[in-house]
Write a protein that binds this ligand. Structure first.
Ligand SMILES: [Fe+2]
Length: 132
């Protein structure tokens, strides 16, 4: 008799189509609270100056962090311009990143994307202004 144990992990297929976003910030579901990347950043920064940005997944409701269910990475974009990716490891890293950015302009929002291995990609964003 084999000692192998087969574990079936159920993923939400519809959540893997496109990028998921919170539908109503004032009435969030538990799924949305667990997956929304929450960005903490200044409202206004000076062109070319370094500033700190923090992105937290699970800030509103803790997300699991175990091999079968975890956040795989967090990406940051200045509107649609790629800035960085931080890859994460189940159980060994927490889905919270702090990074210093230096922008010369932004046309739109600072956007964070995270990907959960069971619940797909999620976007959070915030307004930021770059001044001369
Ligand atoms: Fe998840």
């Amino acid at each position: 008799m084999s000692s192998n144990v087969m574990t079936t992990v159920k993923c939400e297929k519809d959540l893997f189509c496109g990028v998921n976003m919170v539908k109503d910030l004032d009435n969030m579901t538990d799924l949305e609270k667990k997956h929304l990347p929450v960005i903490t950043a200044p409202k206004s920064v000076r062109k070319g100056e370094c500033f700190e940005v923090m992105v937290e997944v699970g800030k509103l409701m803790q997300h699991p962090n175990e091999p079968g269910h975890y956040i795989e990475f967090i990406d940051l974009y200045a509107d649609h311009t790629y800035l960085t990716r931080v890859d994460l490891t189940a159980g060994r890293t927490c889905p919270i990143i702090k990074i210093c950015l230096s922008l010369d302009h932004i046309h739109g929002k600072l956007r964070a994307y995270e990907r959960c291995n069971l619940h797909g990609a999620w976007e959070g964003h915030t307004e930021i202004e770059v001044t001369d």
